[in-house]
Design a protein around this ligand. Sequence first.
Ligand SMILES: NC(=O)c1ccc[n+]([C@@H]2O[C@H](COP(=O)([O-])OP(=O)(O)OC[C@H]3O[C@@H](n4cnc5c(N)ncnc54)[C@H](O)[C@@H]3O)[C@@H](O)[C@H]2O)c1
Length: 323
Amino acid sequence: MRVLVTGAAGYIGSITARALLDAGHEVVVLDTLEKGHRWAVDPRATLVMGDVGDRQVVGAALGGVDAVMHLAGYIEVAESQADPDRYFDNNVTRPLVMLGEMRAAGVGAIVFSSTAAVYGEPMSVPIVEDSATVPVNAYGESKLAFEGELDRAGAEWGLRAVRLRYFNVAGALPDGSLGEAHDPETHIIPRVLGAIAAGERRFEVYGNDYPTDDGTCVRDYIHVCDLARAHVLALEHLHAGGQASVCNLGNGRGYSNLEVVRACARASGTEIEVVFGPRRAGDPAVLVASAARAASLLGWEPSRGDLAIMVSDAWRWCQSRVP
Ligand SMILES: NC(=O)c1ccc[n+]([C@@H]2O[C@H](COP(=O)([O-])OP(=O)(O)OC[C@H]3O[C@@H](n4cnc5c(N)ncnc54)[C@H](O)[C@@H]3O)[C@@H](O)[C@H]2O)c1
């Protein structure tokens, strides 16, 4: 298949594009490079530098395409709170232009990067897809709004969408050739490993008074390679005529912030002291996925779901970037 992958100069998109290419698909990358990197785009892919909201660029990029994987977007929760309009513009309004072009071009299948942030503070864990969606920040609201647009397009003109709600994505390609390179970096694993690589020996964890075993927040981490594989399976599901759906992607197991910092210390062979700061606003105590639907619908099983594997892959990537 020929697949248009938006945001494939970014962390998850670049590794997903690599998985698609390795599976024998043709890939067209559409990315502004505002947050992504040219070096992350696989040379086997065709890079179109442009915005998902640019009708002409998108129309041309869709030539001969069978399906779209839409990963482009802004991803920082705090920034979304400070400037919600910018998030709605980039995560909803601009991709709507792309949907219009897909309709015009007769491209009726899309895999969308959604997020656990659509659930907000969960009523119960593990979280199933039918749980209430009550986002607590503008980032989650923007992702949920675009999910709604996909539903609307499904009803209006038959678009089939698989919405993948990722939990916390982590890790890197096991050979250390591609990984996370956000600026600023807000994710805990690359932040701890980056601090260690920079010679720091203290790390601040937000809050130790949550109702969890060690008092720190618990999150469900999914290896980026397992996530990339889920995208390929979702594409194959749509290609085989499968119906629109929504699937959580996590491992169904939570790790606390303290466990994550300790795993980073072990992977890097370095002692690091944890200091506790105040809670961060809008951080639920526990977010753990039920990924049963991804298993039954897509036949997805994680293979690198152990925290130690995710952290050691991320450490290999982190070290490969040290000048
Ligand atoms: N990283 C996570 O833990 C996580 C968790 C849940 C969901 N997600 C979702 O996964 C997707 C990818 O996340 P990531 O961590 O790889 O982010 P990233 O910032 O590394 O990649 C996003 C890419 O999209 C591009 N982009 C942004 N707006 C664009 C636009 N209007 N047109 C074209 N390109 C544009 C950026 O230049 C960047 O290369 C995002 O949609 C994000 O919301 C990520």
